[in-house]
Design a protein around this ligand. Structure first.
Ligand code: CA
Length: 231
């Protein structure tokens, strides 16, 4: 199946170059010059990946990125941000806005395609099709809202259930507290980042009895990760 990439870049020459590179790699490409145009393209097409320039006239790329990641309908679309900025702060701002990856101009066509393929692979491997998630004896049933650890039922609160569900759907990925708040609590809820730590502690406590608490791992300076592999 041909994958559809939406390319949002205001500079004609760069857009043309990227268009050529992407088409050459076998992608179907839709182009937009600004965020308004991009929104129309997104609502009218089923987009597999978004390549988004940071600096755009009007609403910036990073702003569009964070808006899309808040929309239930669009948050699954992977986004690669393009930027001329190489500063660490901007990179963090981009990733906090929900970008899946980040490329600093100038970059080589090969690097772009490699990043795209990596992001697409990650997204497809994260896609949840089953209603039951299982790692090493830890089982979460989405439909019945039940969790069991080595066949013994585990009592978890509603937030801990959502948290564990999100983790088990995205194993081996580090999420910042902000990302967890957005994905588990939702964007309209205002809660402090510390709240995440409280619920992580409760979740670990619930998983402790059968030794599955080690799967909820703290990544120093970054956030949390779910991993079946012991540290
Ligand atoms: Ca630009």
């Amino acid at each position: 199946m041909v994958q559809k990439v939406l390319l949002v870049e205001d500079e004609f020459a760069i857009r043309q170059m990227l268009l050529f590179v992407l088409q050459d790699a076998g992608f179907e490409v839709i182009q937009a010059e600004n965020t308004q145009e991009a929104m129309v393209c997104i609502s009218e097409n089923s987009i597999d990946l978004l390549i988004l320039d940071w600096m755009l006239p009007g609403i910036s790329g990073v702003e569009l990125c964070s808006r899309l990641k808040k929309e239930a309908e669009y948050k699954h679309i992977p986004i690669i941000m393009l930027t001329a900025k190489a500063e660490e702060d901007d990179k963090i701002q981009g990733l906090n806005a929900g970008a899946d990856d980040y490329l600093t101009k100038p970059f080589s066509p090969r690097e772009l395609i490699a990043r795209i393929n990596a992001v697409l692979r990650r997204v497809s491997s994260n896609k949840v099709t089953e209603e039951v998630l299982e790692y090493d004896g830890l089982v979460l049933n989405e439909k019945s809202h039940r969790v069991s650890s080595n066949q013994k039922p585990v009592n978890v609160g509603p937030i801990e259930f959502k948290l564990l569900h999100f983790f088990m759907s995205h194993p081996e990925r580090v999420f910042s507290r902000t990302q967890l708040l957005d994905n588990v609590w939702g964007n309209d809820v205002y809660v402090e980042e510390r709240t995440v730590d409280v619920h992580i502690r409760r979740l670990r406590k619930a998983l402790e009895a059968d030794g599955h608490d080690h799967m909820v791992q703290t990544v120093r300076g970054s956030g949390y990760r779910f991993s079946p592999i012991s540290l």
